[in-house]
Ligand binder design. Structure first.
Ligand SMILES: [Zn+2]
Length: 249
């Protein structure tokens, strides 16, 4: 039995983005992972994780880990077994994201880039090999390095926002790293239409640390509160900006 302590559950919570009422949406085992979509199932732990869904913006979120420290996350989620339930994390995703970024910023000159939530730093390393001034910083980094004091022309945040228990604070931190006319490019799967009790959706996966799942409206609301607008390239890839930089035209 996994020794995980989670918060007691409220029937109706408050949306972490728009503060509207968010009734209970469903429950799943702590061990549910995204790899179930590929037919890989971990043994269940008996630890129930409840999710709420906002009546207004549609945000699906759990408060189960709201009291966790960074050490709790490292022990129970981002541990040695994490690679088993997110195998693309190591190489495949950084390589494809690097190719995309190189194309995305190709009109820019000497752009200072940061990969926010960059984990192992692989993506920034690949970008540096191709001549970009690329840096990496991860709020969950075990070394506990403080966030960079510099500002950046371009910040990427791939598969980050679904991992935060505090979407407002995380987005504020990421946007705070942008210089004037900076651009945040980020991925997180938006699910605009979920059925009642749709907990079988592969992306709602506590073992992967997927604890906040957005709709496009939830993202729009979240970034508007910070003075930014969001462009949705598709359900997974988005861009936030306030003033368009020349290199993006
Ligand atoms: Zn909401």
């Amino acid at each position: 039995m996994l020794n995980v302590t989670v918060r007691p559950v409220e029937c109706v919570s408050t949306c972490k983005i728009c503060n509207a009422q968010a009734p209970l949406y469903g429950v799943t085992d702590f061990q549910k992972s995204c790899e179930e979509a590929r037919g890989h199932y971990l043994p269940l732990t008996g630890v129930p994780i409840y999710y709420h869904r906002c009546n207004e913006c549609g945000l699906v979120f759990t408060r189960a880990f709201d009291d966790w420290s960074k050490a709790d996350y490292v022990q129970h989620i981002y541990n040695d077994e994490y690679v088993l339930i997110d195998p693309d994390y190591v190489d495949a995703r950084p390589a494809s994201n690097a190719a995309f970024i190189l194309d995305f910023v190709k009109k820019g000159k000497d752009l200072k880039c940061l990969d926010y939530g960059g984990g192992n730093g692989k993506l920034a390393g690949l970008l540096r090999k191709d001549g970009l001034d690329a840096h990496s910083w991860d709020p969950m980094d075990a070394a506990d390095a403080p966030p960079p004091s510099d500002s950046f022309d371009f910040v990427s945040a791939f598969e980050v926002l679904e991992h935060t228990p505090e979407p407002v604070a995380t987005v504020r931190e990421a946007l705070g790293l942008l210089g004037p006319r900076g651009v945040l490019l980020f991925s997180t799967l938006t699910i605009d239409h979920v059925p009642p009790r749709g907990m079988d959706h592969w992306y709602i996966a506590p073992r992967n640390g997927h604890i906040t799942i957005y709709t496009r409206r939830a993202l729009d609301t979240l970034f508007a509160q910070e003075g930014f607008r969001v462009h949705h390239f598709n359900d997974n890839l988005h861009m936030a900006l306030n003033n368009d930089p020349d290199w993006l035209s």
